[in-house]
Design a protein around this ligand. Structure first.
Ligand code: ADP
Length: 422
């Protein structure tokens, strides 16, 4: 059976977040990494999420990768398409949300789409077109100072208006409260006045379900993972997918396990400390790696010596003051790449040495590890903690992976992930 829903995500962990949402809604889902090559076999699932790394690249490159992915998804038989970006609308006046939306609409011949990054479960809500994070306007949060996509305007109608050649409008919360027919009428009214993209208000999951139901006939939907909540019900109603209660069933993978962490986010620091109370843990100092590349080989030997006794942890995770000291010595990007390369090499060596189950903390770190391991796709399994599913690699000898970005996960995330990877 061809997939019903084809998704293009502008980063790796964002793709996983969306895939996790679809699986929770009962759709069998796989995540593919990078623009699929033309011969890539179409998996027998309800939804495919393609993870690009296009959030902050040049707009023309983001457009061409997104269009190439759309081509593949169309050829795979997908009937509805989803462009997934961050729930904090990470972008600049140049893009890439506007240019990619324009290109996808042109290619699909779509005369209307919505833009809805709301994700109430994580505090992202939209009211009168303004995006809130928790109780604050987006522009009052740390996103104001983001190094690549500083968000200094919370009015999404204005923000998107600067990025697209199309007219941007708004579907307001009171129209959503009136239900599906009122949303349909709002869409028709916007179209009649020449508006072809609408920001959509949503402050709770109930509103997202209502909006989702009203989008059944749209060729293209754009937004965060929250707006995907209502889509599975549409496909069931149309008879396109069955009652799939086992969408999160993935193959069991047995074998030695290891935890790698290259994330310095607060949640990860807590998880590292918690795990290290009962399991062997080896800190990896970026300055030591820079001084002596043999440091990484010794870490690999250490990990291999622990494999027989159960999972151990190698981590570069460190508190802000020590990260700052490292960055001052090595440079921010250089330090980041050094640690990512080290984690990728360790993962490769451990997998070559028999590790079959791997927990990785850090969005960029996860990206570096999966690309070093040559992973092309992931079957998405049950949720470990909000936003993070267990996964099993596609093709070749299957491996179980739990890939966690920054501030996701409870303090016992590592143990929980290992328990859920049978
Ligand atoms: P998160 O998801 O928490 O943001 P990422 O893996 O995306 O984690 O990003 C963390 C970045 O910090 C990576 O580039 C990683 O290599 C780098 N890093 C990890 N540990 C250190 C450290 N001790 N000092 C400096 N940089 C580090």
């Amino acid at each position: 059976m061809a997939p019903i829903l084809g998704c293009i995500a502008d980063d790796f962990t964002g793709a996983t977040d969306l895939a996790n949402m679809l699986v929770r809604g009962g759709l069998r889902t796989v995540q593919l990494l990078g623009v699929p090559e033309s011969g890539t076999p179409v998996p027998d699932v309800d939804a495919v999420v393609v993870a690009l790394k296009s959030r902050t690249i040049a707009p023309a490159d983001a457009v061409s990768q997104s269009l190439a992915t759309l081509d593949w998804l169309k050829a795979a038989g997908a009937q509805q398409f989803f462009f997934k970006y961050c729930s904090t609308f990470d972008s600049t006046d140049e893009g890439n949300i506007g240019p990619v939306t324009d290109a996808l609409m042109d290619e699909l011949g779509a005369d209307f789409t919505i833009a809805c990054p709301a994700f109430p479960e994580t505090g992202r809500t939209i009211f009168k077109g303004h995006l809130f994070v928790g109780d604050e306007l987006l522009s009052d949060t740390h996103m104001r100072h983001h190094p690549l996509t500083p968000m200094t305007d919370s009015n999404l109608v204005a923000v998107l208006g600067r990025q697209t050649k199309r007219e941007v409008g708004l579907i307001q919360h009171r129209q959503i409260e009136q239900g599906v027919p009122a949303i349909g009428a709002a869409i028709e009214a916007l179209k009649a006045e020449g508006t072809s993209i609408a920001i959509v208000d949503a402050v709770d999951d109930g509103q997202l379900y209502t909006v989702g139901e009203a989008l059944a006939d749209l060729k293209l939907i754009t937004g965060g993972s929250g707006i995907a909540l209502g889509l599975p019900a549409n496909y069931r109603k149309a008879g396109l997918v069955g009652e799939n209660k086992a969408a999160d069933q993935v193959a069991a993978v047995e074998g030695p396990a290891m935890v790698l962490s290259g994330s310095c986010s607060a949640a990860t620091l807590g998880q590292v400390a918690e795990f290290a109370k009962t399991r062997p843990a080896l800190p990896l100092d970026p300055l030591a790696i820079a001084d002596d590349p043999g440091t990484v080989d010794r870490a690999i030997d250490w990990a291999k010596s622990k494999l027989a006794d159960g999972p151990a942890l190698i981590h570069a995770s460190a508190p802000p003051e020590s990260v700052k000291a490292v960055q001052e010595k090595l440079g921010r990007n250089e330090a980041g790449e050094l640690v990512e390369r080290a984690m990728a090499r360790i993962a490769e060596a451990l997998v070559a040495g028999g590790v079959r189950r791997l927990v990785v903390a850090g969005g960029e770190t996860s990206g570096a590890v999966v690309s070093a391991l040559g992973v092309k796709g992931l079957h998405i399994g049950a949720q470990i903690d909000p936003g993070v599913p267990g996964t099993v690699t596609m093709g070749g000898q299957p491996m179980a992976l739990a890939l966690k970005s920054g501030n996701f996960g409870a303090p016992d995330f590592f143990e929980k992930a290992l328990r859920m990877m049978p």
